[in-house]
Ligand binder design. Structure first.
Ligand SMILES: NC(=O)C1=CN([C@@H]2O[C@H](COP(=O)(O)OP(=O)(O)OC[C@H]3O[C@@H](n4cnc5c(N)ncnc54)[C@H](OP(=O)(O)O)[C@@H]3O)[C@@H](O)[C@H]2O)C=CC1
Ligand SMILES: CC(=O)N[C@@H](CCC(=O)OP(=O)(O)O)C(=O)O
Length: 377
């Protein structure tokens, strides 16, 4: 199926001359993308969202246990009906993908430590990569090793661009490899970066109380995500030792120029998708002033919004959409304020943000394919 009919735009591409790649402007019709790990939750969400993307054509999809199957056997919703469903290729193993250079961009929706095993085979001169795992998020290799273990492609750690588009747009535009931010770090950094930039909050007293739905844990079977373990109760996990703390700290330290440490506690709650973070900060400014600073920081941003004064962000305000919604509230304790930030973990916290990154990398309109409104009710 050719969904490019009628579309020709100018995008950013790479041209190889004399063995050297250089960034050029080129006419872009549709691009061919591959989704590695298409049978998981973030892969499924990419399928749902790319179905309405006018310029990205899904040309290859991989899986592990589900390899060899048509996608309709894994997700029956793609086994019938639309032209989009019929256009989808069957799932193959990563090792069966023969020529990576056939794809303009590859989304890696693979478990941690898997993209780093295959990335050396992907020619970044011709094929861009958006990696949804944590493999390339931590630019300091020692920090990576301390939290995740040995890295198999450490030479790419410095080149990878951390894809928090609202704060890294220029770098993302020129990137060959984007590390899509983690879900919890996305909600936290979007709320905190503008306030730290303005020196309006203390960098030594940040407490992030975070809650996530169970899709955050992925689709593979684990006791911890069984219905009876998740429903009708909630618990904190990774207390003071979750691997998203160093990711948040990296982003905040970049802003302040000093080593920031945060108190970060995630909780698993009985819902499918959504993240809500309640962030406690120390400040000498009024909550109204902090709120105004966030409004100003994001007034031109299509996906980050500050709610009217006093309105409490709800995961339903963003469910199924690429938006992040936040607000600032007074604390009863003097000299403190409370920020609440919500995202959908599989959209702004993963696949939606990955498409936003793709749009910027390819020179497409940043909101292309991402205009869907939150599911409500
Ligand atoms: N879920 C979320 O909210 C978020 C997830 N992420 C990150 O995105 C990545 C994907 O997450 P998610 O979709 O939830 O994960 P899932 O567990 O739901 O899916 C993983 C996918 O990778 C495939 N796979 C598993 N093992 C291998 C392997 N050894 N080699 C090749 N393919 C393999 C699976 O195939 P099969 O099913 O056939 O076995 C499946 O398609 C992870 O790194 C995760 O940390 C990031 C932000 C948010
Ligand atoms: C509920 C749940 O288990 N969440 C995951 C985070 C998922 C995510 O966004 O991040 P990564 O890409 O870094 O895995 C966790 O706590 O490990």
């Amino acid at each position: 199926m050719d969904r490019s009919a009628g579309f020709v735009s100018v995008g950013v591409g790479y041209e190889v001359r004399g063995g050297r790649a250089r960034c050029v402007r080129k006419a872009v019709e549709t691009i061919d993308v591959a989704i590695l790990g298409a049978s998981g939750y973030t892969g499924a969400e990419l399928l749902r969202m790319l179905a309405v993307h006018p310029k990205a054509k899904i040309a290859a999809m991989t899986a592990d246990r589900s390899a060899g199957k048509p996608i309709g056997e894994v997700f029956p919703q793609y086994g019938f009906g639309s032209q989009f469903a019929q256009s989808l290729p069957d799932l193959v193993k990563v090792a069966e993908v023969e020529d990576w250079s056939k794809y303009d961009l590859i989304f890696c929706c693979l478990p941690h430590a898997t993209t780093q095993e295959i990335i050396s085979g992907i020619p970044l001169e011709t094929t861009k990569v958006v990696d949804l795992s944590a493999d390339f998020r931590l630019s300091n290799i020692d920090t990576y090793t301390a939290w995740y273990g040995e890295h198999k492609a450490p030479y790419l750690q410095k080149e990878a661009v951390y894809g928090l588009v609202e704060h890294k747009r220029d770098e993302v535009r020129d990137a060959r490899l984007v590390a899509n931010p983690g879900c919890y770090p996305t909600a936290a950094q979007l709320a905190l970066i503008p306030l730290l930039k303005n020196k309006s909050i203390s960098s030594t007293d940040i407490i992030i109380d975070a809650k996530s739905g169970a899709t955050g844990a992925g689709r593979s079977a684990k006791v911890g995500t069984l219905f009876c373990e998740v429903s009708d109760g909630m618990h904190a996990y990774g207390i003071a030792q979750h691997r998203h703390a160093p990711e948040i700290e990296q982003g905040l330290s970049e802003v302040t120029g000093e080593d920031v440490l945060v108190n970060f506690t995630p909780h698993l709650i009985p819902m499918n998708r959504g993240i809500l973070e309640t962030i406690f900060v120390k400040t000498s400014e009024s909550p109204g002033a902090l709120r105004q600073q966030l409004i100003e920081a994001y007034e031109d941003e299509p996906f980050v919004h500050v709610l009217p004064e006093g309105v409490s962000p709800h995961t339903r305000h963003v469910r199924g959409s690429n938006h992040c919604v936040m607000n600032v509230f007074p604390d009863r304790l003097p000299g403190r304020a409370i920020i609440v930030s919500v995202i959908d973990n599989v959209v702004k916290g993963a696949s939606g943000q990955a498409i936003q990154n793709m749009n910027v990398m390819m020179g497409f309109d940043e909101t292309m394919g991402l205009e869907g409104q939150p599911f409500f009710p």
